[in-house]
Design a binder for this molecule. Structure first.
Ligand code: PLP
Length: 391
């Protein structure tokens, strides 16, 4: 059926495919590539967690759960949020178990946006934010952070971006791709602005378990903020469970119940065996998380220091497992750097411009890979830099 008419929605047609995929495809066709490209743990999900999923299958738990998720899991999430972050949520009507943090982000935005509503996206940002705002009918307003400020948003920058149509601010701390973590004081400054302009804050806290040096503050724990926070989290990163597709979202009842309607119609519920796995992860998996975290921290220290020694200046990321070094000393654009490094040295990194304009001049490297491979990657990057000295 070949005609001139396109059956596709204009919004979808105009959506750019994720820039990360192009580099994955390029790297997939090559042998001996060290990938610092993927944003996921190199650990396998702890055995006790896998075993709980197997047991749930053996016991025949193969049907749908409640739309919002197993009550036992929601209770455990409520307990975890209280004990770890000091925020209390009702398992009955303020928590929804989702298909990864990804679906939590989607239903959050779809529940709150009317066409034309603006959402402030602090960039460099996770690649999904801007497209998800657009798909929900909203208008993303990107605010660029600077490396001089450690990629932290300044309160005046935030305030300048607010208009009469602003509905929400999207935050991610620790951040993908920069690893930047905001302190309690910095979050407090954002909270004051949210209050002043009566805005919601979507706080993506998927990397909360991976905060290395400082105490982690949840945005919802800041005074008076729980009522205007949609807290997005999940098991993918901290618990090494990316493939299980399990996340959750906590929000005030009115918003939660609106999100639940979308979730009911679009998804029904998150996968049942993954929910049993997540339940076990919260009950017994915390010591495994500590072990993984210690290992990431060791690798972070080595990798970031090595990048700096090579002249690829990089701030010390406070959390997540990404380093975001400047490649400006090479005179290459971030796309050129990533492509040449892959072709010449077989090291895959992600160009920073994929995460927004302010990411240009940087590349994202995931250090969630073995120490041996990180050492080899540094050798190769060092060779690459020598070969590509600025003329
Ligand atoms: C900041 C951020 N939010 C959300 C997600 C999605 O996580 P999930 O696997 O739980 O859907 C990712 C994955 O890379 C991420 O980096």
């Amino acid at each position: 059926m070949k005609g001139t008419k396109s059956y596709l929605s204009k919004t979808v047609e105009e959506l750019k495919p994720s820039g990360i995929r192009r580099f994955f495809d390029l790297a997939a066709g090559m042998e001996g590539v060290i990938s610092l490209g993927v944003g996921e743990p190199d650990f396998i999900t702890p055995w006790s967690v896998r075993e709980a999923a197997i047991l749930s299958l053996e016991q025949g738990y193969t049907s749908y759960t409640a739309n919002a998720g197993l009550m036992e899991l929601r209770e455990e999430i409520a307990d975890y949020m209280q004990k770890s972050f000091g925020v209390s949520y009702s398992p009955q009507n303020e928590i929804i178990v989702t298909v990864g943090a990804s679906q939590a982000l989607d239903i959050s935005l779809r529940a709150i946006l009317d066409p034309g509503d603006e959402v402030i996206v602090v960039e460099p940002s996770f690649v999904s934010y801007v497209p998800l705002v657009t798909l929900a009918g909203g208008v993303p307003v990107q605010v660029q952070t600077l490396k001089e400020n450690g990629f932290k948003i300044l309160p005046e920058q935030l305030e300048n971006a607010i208009t009469g149509r602003t509905k929400a601010i999207m935050l991610c701390s620790p951040n993908n791709p920069t690893g930047t973590m905001l302190s309690g004081d910095e979050l407090n400054a954002i909270a004051q602005i949210a209050e002043k302009y009566d805005l919601l804050v979507l706080s993506d806290e998927i990397y909360a378990e991976l905060a290395y040096d400082d105490e982690y503050t949840s945005f919802a724990a800041i005074r008076e903020m729980k009522k205007r926070t949609i807290l997005i989290s999940g098991f993918s990163k901290g618990f090494a469970m990316t493939g299980w597709r399990l996340g959750f979202v906590c929000a005030p009842e009115e918003i939660s119940q609106a999100m639940l309607k979308i979730h009911q119609y679009a998804m029904m519920c998150a996968p049942t065996m993954a929910q049993f796995a997540a339940l076990e992860a919260l009950k017994t998996g915390r010591s495994d998380v500590e072990v993984m975290k210690k290992s990431y921290k060791r690798r972070r220290n080595y990798f970031v220091q090595s990048l700096n020694e090579l002249g690829l200046t990089c701030h010390m990321p406070g959390g997540a497992f990404y380093a975001f070094p400047s490649i400006e000393s090479t005179g290459l654009s971030s796309e050129e750097f990533a492509e040449k490094l892959l072709l010449e040295e077989k090291v895959a990194v992600v160009p920073g411009n994929i995460f927004g304009e302010s990411g240009e001049g940087h590349v994202r490297c995931s250090y969630a890979t073995s120490m041996e491979l990180l050492q080899e990657a540094i050798k190769r990057i060092s060779h690459f830099i020598k070969q590509n000295q600025k003329a």
